[in-house]
Design a protein around this ligand. Sequence first.
Ligand SMILES: NC(=O)c1ccc[n+]([C@@H]2O[C@H](COP(=O)([O-])OP(=O)(O)OC[C@H]3O[C@@H](n4cnc5c(N)ncnc54)[C@H](OP(=O)(O)O)[C@@H]3O)[C@@H](O)[C@H]2O)c1
Length: 284
Amino acid sequence: MAQMKKILVIGATGHVGGQVVSQLADTGVGVRALARTPATASLPAGVEVVPGDLTAPETLIPALDGVHAVYLTWPMLPGAAANSVIEVIAEHTHRIVLLSSGAVRDDVAEQGNPIGRAHALVEQPIRDSGLEWTFLRPYGFATNTLEWVPQIRAGDVVRGAYGAASSTLLHEADIAAVAVLALTTDKHVGARYELSGPTSLSRAEQVATIGAAIGRPLIWEEITPAQAKAQMHWVSPEFADFILDGLAAMVDTPGQPTATIQEVTGAPARGYAQWAADHAADFA
Ligand SMILES: NC(=O)c1ccc[n+]([C@@H]2O[C@H](COP(=O)([O-])OP(=O)(O)OC[C@H]3O[C@@H](n4cnc5c(N)ncnc54)[C@H](OP(=O)(O)O)[C@@H]3O)[C@@H](O)[C@H]2O)c1
């Protein structure tokens, strides 16, 4: 009997990787999930969880044993560190699906922003590796709006800058659905998929949408970019400026939807209202 194909998911405990694991498990394919601390990784029953760390590429070797394809999340690590990781992956498997970013441009000699630069540094060694590859290039994730969880749990007002900034936020299940097809079928080799949600909504509208999902009248309250920056403790001041500049740009130029999810999966991309309903418990 032919051995069942096994797929290694790196970033399996993350927003998109978690969906990749459960959707792969639903297809009946063999799934192995990588986690830095398997003991605390919460993954579907029956999924094999193995230890490994991208900062120590040799730890990936046992995880890659018998693996046909890899789903790779590149977390906030220097892009240059990808070279040795990709080298190890290419020695042990045939195919890779990379969660890259819509910030990567093919029409420029140098990437214009830090996110595009970091992901381009991961894409390049994959292109050079001889692996079959697919690059997922998503725009903003709906999970970014989980940043409002503390405010919404505390009351009905969400304070932030650029409430009129409009974007096409993606449901992680849709990104994962594209990943699963690229991992398990041959049609997507060499594709670079720009992924987005189906419609553009302003941040104020996103907050109202969460309110509808949880049955509370949430209100957006505008604060200045400087006030918002002072609260962004989780990023460097430079990165906070980058995020805020991106929001400012989306006030005048709303994110435009792509049709890629529908084209690849045959199903329309899930809207933000669906995402908010799926995550209502996170905000309660
Ligand atoms: N947010 C957006 O709007 C957006 C848009 C486009 C692209 N992206 C890209 O999407 C990616 C993030 O995806 P996500 O939201 O699904 O991930 P996430 O929820 O942030 O989770 C990160 C994952 O990376 C794993 N990880 C972190 N450091 C690791 C290491 N040293 N070795 C092995 N695994 C490690 C974590 O696993 P453990 O901690 O369990 O080991 C976790 O599973 C980033 O590359 C980001 O640039 C994001």
